[in-house]
Design a protein around this ligand. Structure first.
Ligand code: NAD
Ligand code: TYD
Length: 339
């Protein structure tokens, strides 16, 4: 069995590669990644010498590169993690999101159709459902919730999902889609909430909470996510969407306070800054379908997962220092100066 994992030098893709090489050591994994600002080859250092692993630097939008890879490797499965993934960047500059997230997905599917695959799995997001009101804790996203996006990022992911379902219906491509909630864990790029606040707190910088910090996210430990995708690849029904997440809802402000407490930093570092445009209020997943069909439930509660995650960032300063010493500083200045 040979699986192409796109975006495997990023946060979730790399964790998925580690998970798969450990869980299914007999299977071959080919990582395809363009190495954008969010991709980091050093993340994959521990698996580079594994004979069942190959890294290929390529853009998922590059038809000839992807075609050539299929000729060389005859993949059975494609798992598409590659994407532009940060909402704030999509608000500043949507175009690359449309290119990679929509056209890149279409290009991968075109090549997958040409050569045939057993499965094309699209890694999507709960953000395609829009948001839920803060005063209705009884409401959750199910797979039947209408697509109703807020940001250029979520719109590009929703467009890709619709294309994936269309390629199934029109051409019979054997697809599955998973829509997960906010992931956290090791190797997450420092632009996202938890690593950003960890690094700023470590360096005694102000902690920029958007608005009041009352927005709610449903946090999913990255290894639980990887396990769910593996189950969908094995036993998921072709043509189906599976929501992944489950009842780990937290307000942003409470997460930032946990980070302060864990690091022994004063909450006076918290600074409320101008809110994100179109800021989604609450995400919350109903995981009934994946639980009933595939027996999956998240195994990691937020208290344990966040402790593990913060410890990982404490123990792996070299990894994030190398990032924040590069272009990240310019990004931070652009996004947060005078906010
Ligand atoms: P990430 O930004 O950390 O990593 C994305 C990876 O894709 C990087 O390695 C980057 O180099 C690569 N990439 C980008 N454009 C590419 C292109 N054109 N060709 C090849 N590679 C390219 O993202 P992540 O957080 O690991 O997210 C992975 C997937 O999961 C994305 O599809 C995202 O939409 C989805 N998702 C993420 C979360 C989350 O909380 N992080 C939640 C829901 C869904
Ligand atoms: P983020 O990690 O960007 O994920 P997403 O936008 O996909 O949910 O943000 C998580 C939440 O944290 C979101 O409500 C925005 C908020 N946030 C801040 O308050 N300050 C920040 O500096 C960042 C990056 C996010």
């Amino acid at each position: 069995m040979t699986t192409i994992v796109t975006g495997g030098a990023g946060f979730i893709g790399s964790n998925f590669i580690f998970y798969m090489l450990k869980k299914h050591p007999e299977e071959r994994i080919i990582c395809v990644d363009k190495l954008t600002y969010a991709g980091n080859l050093s993340t994959l250092a521990s698996v580079m010498d594994n004979p069942n692993f190959r890294f290929v630097k390529a853009d998922i939008c590059d038809e000839s590169a992807i075609d050539q890879l299929f000729v060389e490797e005859h993949p059975d499965v494609v798992v598409n993690f590659a994407a532009e993934s940060h909402v704030d960047r999509s608000i500043k500059d949507p175009n690359i999101f449309l290119q990679t997230n929509i056209m890149g997905t279409a290009n991968l599917m075109n090549v997958a159709r040409k050569y045939g695959v057993q499965r094309f799995h699209q890694v999507s997001t709960d953000e395609v459902y829009g948001d839920l009101p803060l005063d209705r804790p009884d409401l959750f996203f199910t797979e039947e919730t209408p697509i109703h996006t807020s940001s250029p990022y979520s719109s590009s992911k929703a467009a890709a999902d619709l294309l994936v379902l269309a390629y199934h219906r029109t051409y019979g491509l054997p697809v599955t889609i998973s829509r997960c909630s906010n992931n956290y864990g090791s190797y997450q790029f420092p632009e996202k909430l938890i690593p950003l606040m960890f690094i700023d707190a470590t360096e005694n910088r102000p902690l920029p909470v958007y608005g009041e910090g009352l927005n709610v996210r449903d946090w999913l430990y990255v290894e639980d996510h990887c396990q769910a995708i593996d189950l969908i690849l094995q036993n998921g029904r072709v043509g189906e969407v599976y929501n992944i997440g489950g009842h780990n809802e937290m307000r942003n402000i409470d997460i930032v306070k946990i980070i302060c407490q864990t690091l022994g930093k004063p909450e006076s570092l918290i600074e409320h800054v101008t809110d994100r445009k179109g800021h989604d209020r609450r995400y919350a997943i109903d995981p009934t379908k994946i639980h009933n069909e595939l027996g999956w439930l998240p195994e990691t509660n937020f208290k344990d997962g966040i402790a593990e995650t913060l410890k990982w960032y404490q123990d792996n300063q070299d990894w994030w220092q190398q990032i924040i010493n590069g272009d990240y500083q310019k990004y931070y200045e652009k996004m947060y100066a005078n906010r």
